[in-house]
Write a new protein. Structure first.
Length: 280
């Protein structure tokens, strides 16, 4: 245990509302610590262990959290504007409604993190891991997401105007064509095939591949034409076989109206009947 400005720095400590502005907490062990409403503006928390810590509504603008451990940490409504979180680990962290505008999150691990309604405007997320993230209604305008792993992330309602997605992996992500229409480098986005039975990527990116679907459409037309030709040939062969079969069969009796047939039957019966002897 250490003390900084009269505050104990140890795992599980309660530092609610503490004023730790611009303090040096590099490498500090603050696992499960409670830092709600604390002032950590400009503080140095590089390499610090904040696993499971409660940082709800904490003020950490311009703070350094490079390579810090923040797994399962609560950062609800935390202000991290222009903060440095390079290579930080925030797996399953709760960042709902946090302010990360302009923050450096390059190489950051945010796998399964909750970034719902988070302000990431202008943030640097180059090479970040955001697989299975909740980015519903997040503001990602002008964000740098080049080479980021966004597989199976949920972008429902998110703003992506001028976001750079150069080489980003969007396999299985929930995103619309309208959202992709306003991003940068959309045609370099990576979309891998998903496992059998998982059609999420097909649903999400069916229209994304439209510019490249000309060959596929031509193939479908060629296939359809081939199918029509085969069907026509089969129909012709069937008709020829039917004609040949009919030519070998006995000719059918000519059609006779019912009245004529009845008259002929009566005449034939009259000819075959012997006349009755006369009675004298």
């Amino acid at each position: 245990m250490i003390q900084i400005d009269g505050y104990k720095i140890e795992p599980g400590v309660n530092l609610t509302g503490a004023n730790l502005r611009q303090v040096n907490l590099e490498g500090a062990d603050l696992r499960e610590a409670i830092l709600c409403l604390a002032n950590l503006y400009g503080a140095n928390l590089a390499h610090a262990n904040l696993t499971g810590a409660d940082l709800g509504q904490c003020r950490m603008a311009t703070a350094s959290l490079a390579e810090a451990k923040l797994d399962r940490a609560n950062l609800w409504r935390c202000v991290l504007r222009d903060a440095d979180l390079q290579q930080a680990v925030l797996r399953k962290a709760a960042l709902r409604q946090a302010d990360l505008s302009g923050a450096n999150l390059s190489g950051c691990d945010l796998t399964e993190a909750n970034l719902q309604q988070t302000d990431l405007q202008g943030a640097n997320l180059t090479g970040a891991l955001l697989s299975h993230c909740n980015l519903q209604h997040a503001d990602l305008r002008t964000a740098q997401l080049a080479q980021a792993d966004l597989s199976f992330a949920d972008f429902s309602g998110a703003q992506l105007l001028d976001a750079d997605l150069d080489g980003a992996n969007l396999t299985g992500a929930r995103i619309t064509e309208a959202q992709l229409a306003v991003v940068k480098n959309r045609y370099s986005i990576v979309m891998l095939e998903t496992a059998d039975g998982d059609d999420a990527a097909t649903h999400a990116y069916g229209e994304y591949h439209e510019p490249f679907s000309g060959h596929a459409a031509g193939s479908r037309d060629d296939s359809a034409a081939g199918f029509d030709a085969d069907a026509h040939a089969a129909a012709a062969g069937s008709a020829a076989a039917q004609i040949e079969t009919e030519s070998d069969a006995e000719p059918a009796a000519p059609y006779q109206p019912a009245a004529q047939a009845e008259d002929r039957a009566t005449e034939s019966a009259a000819e075959d009947t012997e006349p009755e002897p006369e009675i004298s």
